[in-house]
Ligand binder design. Structure first.
Ligand code: TXA
Ligand code: MG
Length: 369
């Protein structure tokens, strides 16, 4: 028989939340269980910060390394005060500017935060999500939720309730389905106690917005080489391969290539994978570019062309990057579903959400060309 659960999925309209729709989730969480819930970035797997049992369940269910700490989610600034040693005026103004929203800030943790949440670190990562279902859930529970993204460790993060179900069917009792996530990539993780302040993980709040508040702001990955990073990972999440679909991802870094150079690059990339008898997807991001006929013809049915940017009303780069971010993980997961073995994806410029998109793609990639 085993002890598999039936995973229930409850649909909730984020613009018309009935508190009774949240009752079951609240009761599970208060009884040391874990629940999938929507945030504006990606779906989270939530546990009470007061239940070490539930937090252990999160690590188990995800297969998450024990040294990768969780983000604590709050619904009000009053909640913040109890979790941290101090809130400086600068940090408070950052919170007011970006919360609720996709910004996670590191604080010196108060002793009441369990070491399993922070993986033994002296800092705790905190954010106030913008999704009304997440906010109301936390508010009704009356205390914060520790929640990582609701995916099996290493897979692309979930941006729909269906993705959460794919990864956790039979392993968690309940998923709240609030529809597809608006942002589509995880929150930006920032350390403002270090000098200069640093973005540890680019995400939903872009560098361009943050730097107007923090003129000295640095971006972690750009400061160090990969080998240095691996030796001294100050954000443990950076150590592990992440966001990978089953298919092998080949990332084409295309910044500033002229159309002809781009064509040559794509032809070369395909030459190397050609001999394999595999199904390949070519994912277009922004460029007016068609896979050359030669490749198209010889692959025939084995090549799927997919365009992430299908919205023709997009006016500028910033809107375009947000749109691609929103669809990114969904695209990777849908190609797995179609049994694609190789995904060739066009890189984007590292501006606005493009920084987060390229960060995730580089980590997912098997090859970068
Ligand atoms: O948008 C998000 O942030 C989503 C939603 C569910 O809120 N959550 C999320 O959680 O992405 P997770 O666990 O997948 O990623 C948390 C990241 C990891 O890279 C982790 O290493 C980092 O935050 N982190 C957490 N606490 C930290 C700390 N004290 N110091 C440095 N990095 C920390
Ligand atoms: Mg994650």
């Amino acid at each position: 028989m085993g002890n598999a659960l039936t995973t229930k999925v409850t649909k909730i309209n984020p613009s018309q939340i009935e508190d009774e729709d949240l009752e079951e989730a609240i009761s599970i969480i208060k009884n040391h269980g874990i629940v999938g819930f929507p945030t504006e970035t990606v779906y989270g797997l939530g546990a009470s910060i007061y239940s070490n049992d539930a937090i252990k369940k999160i690590y188990d269910a995800k297969g998450r390394p024990q040294d990768n700490p969780l983000i604590v989610h709050i619904s009000s600034l009053e909640m913040l005060e109890k979790l941290v040693v101090e809130i400086s005026p600068n940090v408070l103004s950052l919170c007011s500017a970006f919360w609720p929203g996709p910004l996670t800030i590191l604080f010196e943790k108060s002793p009441m935060i369990s070491d399993i949440i922070t993986a033994g670190l002296s800092t705790v990562a905190i954010r106030m999500p913008q999704n009304p279902i997440a906010l109301r859930l936390i508010e009704l529970i009356g205390h914060p939720l520790a929640a990582p993204s609701a995916n099996i460790s290493g897979k692309p993060s979930p941006t729909t309730a269906q993705h959460v179900l794919e990864d956790f069917q039979g392993k968690i009792p309940l998923i709240l389905d609030g529809g597809p996530c608006q942002v589509g990539v995880e929150s930006t993780v920032i350390d403002v106690n270090s000098n200069p302040p640093v973005i540890l993980r680019p995400g939903g709040v872009n560098y361009e917005r943050l730097v107007t508040f923090l003129p000295e702001l640095q971006i972690y990955e750009k400061m160090k080489t990969d080998s240095e990073l691996e030796a001294h990972p100050s954000t443990p999440g950076l150590k592990y391969r992440h966001y990978s679909p089953q298919a092998q991802v080949i990332l084409l870094s295309l910044s500033s290539l002229a159309p002809l150079e781009m064509r040559i690059k794509v032809e070369k990339a395909f030459e190397e994978i050609f001999h394999n008898n595999t199904n390949i997807a070519y994912v277009h991001t922004r460029r007016e570019f068609e896979v050359p006929d030669l490749i198209q013809n010889s692959l025939g049915d084995r090549l799927i062309n997919l365009t992430i940017n299908q919205n023709t009303s997009i006016q500028n780069l910033q809107q375009l990057q947000s749109h691609i971010a929103q669809k990114l993980f969904l695209t990777l997961r849908s190609l797995d579903e179609q049994k694609v073995e190789i995904i060739v994806i066009e890189g984007v410029t590292e501006q606005y959400e493009g920084l987060a998109i390229m960060n995730r793609l580089k980590k997912a990639a098997y090859l970068i060309k």
